[in-house]
Design a protein around this ligand. Structure first.
Ligand SMILES: Nc1nc2c(c(=O)[nH]1)N[C@H]1C(S)=C(S)[C@@H](COP(=O)(O)O)O[C@H]1N2
Ligand SMILES: [Mo]
Length: 202
């Protein structure tokens, strides 16, 4: 459906947006990106698209943007209100030309999660209804400032009708697919693979 998530006023913004999950991707690759202010970072957009794209942060920031004040609800039982600014995912999907067979958008993140002896990348996915939703953003600012490292710098998705784990941070690659069965354990996201529901409705 097209229903909108509730939006709030500047008065409602939490002084600190509580971080959760990864708060800084480990490893030299991310450290190097951080040192150069993400100048060498690129967002790759590929898969079931007519024109695969690679965008710098400056190119994304030059795109038409939306600013929204929303409440983030983590499944662990806390909430936080923040103001997000970014480009609508729908805008980027039109730039690359999503093919009609595309059924899901998969977000690939830069952080690895510890799974016993293994380390697996954080990933998430949404259907095209959420992908084209007015409030679904690729966000680069939180509360009017560049996204802090703890909250997903340089770019994170906002999918406002769903729970916190559906808000991937440190996004570096977006892939359009007709099935997510081949990713991770096949359930559409890092936490889904561990048992959370794929549609994390609030
Ligand atoms: N890449 C990545 N994205 C992630 C996570 C993570 O660990 N890594 N944690 C998720 C969870 S469970 C929540 S509640 C939110 C936390 O976002 P925040 O750190 O901005 O509060 O990010 C989500 N997206
Ligand atoms: Mo969460």
């Amino acid at each position: 459906g097209r229903g909108m998530a509730e939006e709030f006023t500047p008065r409602d913004i939490a002084p600190v947006f509580r971080p959760n999950g990864t708060t800084r991707p480990a490893g030299e690759a991310y450290a190097a990106l951080l040192r150069d202010g993400f100048a060498s970072w690129r967002l790759q957009v590929e898969g079931l698209v007519e024109r695969p794209g690679s965008f710098t942060l400056a190119q994304l920031r030059a795109m038409p943007s939306r600013t929204q004040i929303t409440r983030h609800d983590c499944v662990e039982g806390w909430s936080c209100i923040g103001q997000w600014t970014g480009v609508r995912l729908s805008h980027v999907l039109r730039l690359v030309g999503a093919k009609p067979q595309a059924r899901y958008v998969v977000f690939h993140c830069m952080d690895l999660m510890e799974e016993g002896a293994y380390r697996v990348p954080y990933y998430e996915s949404v259907d095209m209804d959420d992908a084209y939703h007015e409030q679904t953003l690729l966000a680069w600012d939180l509360n009017g400032r560049p996204l802090p490292v703890e909250n997903g710098a340089p770019l994170r998705a906002r999918v406002e009708r769903q729970l916190g784990y559906k808000q991937p941070k440190y996004v570096q690659r977006i892939e359009l697919v007709d099935s997510f069965a081949a990713h991770g354990a096949g359930r559409g996201g890092y936490w889904e693979d561990l048992g959370y529901t794929w549609y994390g409705g609030i």
